[in-house]
Design a protein around this ligand. Structure first.
Ligand code: ACO
Length: 401
């Protein structure tokens, strides 16, 4: 048996905190989050004000550089991002190498990593100009590549960025414009998406952001770190939950539409099923983003005149769960992913692209946290462990095993 005391003596005292539930990994000036009170602020500004009054690029600038941009700074930022939206033509060979059925998050992570081949120099964070260019480059290329993952899977030709249109408008164009003619941009859709991206822009040390910091802490470059962040976001317990929510709602529909039956399944401890889009590691009262999104979802659905049976199931599920003792006693409320999936579906976004939209929204947060980590000269991330394996064992020769 292992002599834990001896090992402790050899390694020193170690705090065991699986899932880092109570461990801070860094000091940060970017996002303030109070899970008990349901408060979220970027750089001191309330998420409610930002979602209501600012646009996504404005919020991205704030999150990354620390201050709200002036009108000129914002216009310049947009122009500078436009400059970097062209992607090296050789990247298309990489895209062509994927089967059409590849999940867009896997493709996006690979393409982001592949950008390092065409941009091998790791940015010097001390050099403001260089850092600013890296930010614009990342914001520009990532958006285009994100939409190309969809164009590839749907078999449509790749579209190019239109510098006369805004960032979020371009997202819709790049996704849906066909060779037959220009895509008609619906301002209701663009506004809803803009708001969704703002709500996702940063969320302090979540799984994907911690991953970006961790990879970057070895002084790996920005694209490499963000590629890892995309992979971390993909999982159904994190960003992948928005896709999982929709798949769950479709399953309930196929099964006859009985939301309460699935609620009972989620409460059954012998059943691994969880209600997707419910619960949060930090928000134990309510998710302030969910409140804003719920309102936006209602507006978008009314404006677009969408009447979708899946959405009625979502409403029933939400109402029942909010009154249920199991969910109430564990402080399980709908999170941002519960409603974002509903809006994306109403906007005609394919289900397996939902998490890619989360990634586009989270990009400024990843960049800001990477930059802050490097500017603060943080040490390489390297957690310890408590070893529970064998103590020293005598080696058994092959012929004696
Ligand atoms: N359905 C049913 N029961 C749940 C759910 C759920 N969605 N979420 C938590 N619980 C239960 C757990 O079984 C546990 O019950 P117990 O105390 O009887 O054992 C209790 O609530 C606490 O849950 P934990 O798993 O300990 O909470 P944790 O903070 O580790 O997990 C998480 C948070 C991962 C978000 C979890 O609530 C979950 O799996 N939710 C569904 C997936 C999801 O929506 N993820 C998106 C998160 S938000 C985001 O990434 C933007």
């Amino acid at each position: 048996a292992i002599d834990i005391e001896k090992l402790r003596a050899a390694t020193g005292a170690i705090t065991l905190d699986p899932g880092y539930k109570n461990s801070g990994s860094c000091q940060s000036k970017i996002t303030f989050l109070d899970g008990e009170e349901g408060i979220l602020r970027y750089r001191g500004y309330a998420i409610e004000d930002l979602a209501d009054k600012a646009n996504f690029l404005e919020v991205s600038y704030l999150v990354i550089f620390g201050e709200l941009p002036t009108k000129q700074q914002l216009a310049q930022f947009e122009t500078d991002i436009h400059k970097y939206t062209l992607v090296n033509e050789e990247m298309k060979n990489i895209i062509d190498g994927f089967p059409k059925t590849a999940h867009p998050m896997g493709v996006l992570s690979s393409l982001t990593s592949a950008l390092t081949a065409f941009n091998p120099k790791v940015v010097n964070v001390e050099n403001e100009k260089e850092m600013y260019e890296a930010v614009c480059k990342t914001m520009g290329k990532f958006l285009v590549l994100a939409t190309w993952t969809y164009r590839k899977s749907s078999g449509f030709p790749l579209n190019y960025y239109d510098n006369t249109k805004g960032y979020v408008e371009n997202f819709m164009r790049l996704m849906f414009e066909l060779p037959t003619g220009p895509y008609k941009i619906n301002p209701v859709v663009v506004n809803a998406l803009d708001k969704l991206f703002i709500l996702h822009a940063d969320h302090e040390q979540n799984c994907s952001t911690s991953t970006v910091r961790m990879v970057g802490s070895s002084h790996a470059g920005l694209f490499a770190s963000i590629s890892a962040g995309v992979s971390a976001l993909w999982g159904p317990l994190h960003g992948g939950a928005n896709q999982a929510v929709l798949e769950m709602l479709e399953e309930i529909q196929k099964d006859g539409g009985d939301a309460d039956k699935f609620l009972a399944k989620a409460k059954d401890k012998n059943d691994p099923f969880r209600l997707m889009g419910f619960g949060h590691r930090v928000y134990k009262n309510f998710d302030p983003r969910a409140k804003i999104i719920k309102k936006a979802a209602d507006e978008v659905l009314a404006e677009l005149g969408v009447n979708d049976p899946i959405l009625n199931i979502a409403k029933r599920l939400e109402e029942s769960a909010l009154q249920d003792e199991y969910f109430k006693s564990r402080n399980l409320y709908p999170n941002v992913d519960f409603y974002s999936g509903i809006i994306y579906r109403a906007l005609g976004i394919p289900t397996d692209m939902f998490t890619v939209l989360f990634a586009i929204g989270r990009l400024p947060g990843w960049i800001a946290q990477w930059k802050e980590m490097r500017v603060n000269k943080e040490p390489i991330g390297r957690p310890r462990q408590v070893y529970t394996g064998y103590a020293l064992r005598p080696f058994t020769e092959m012929n004696q095993r």
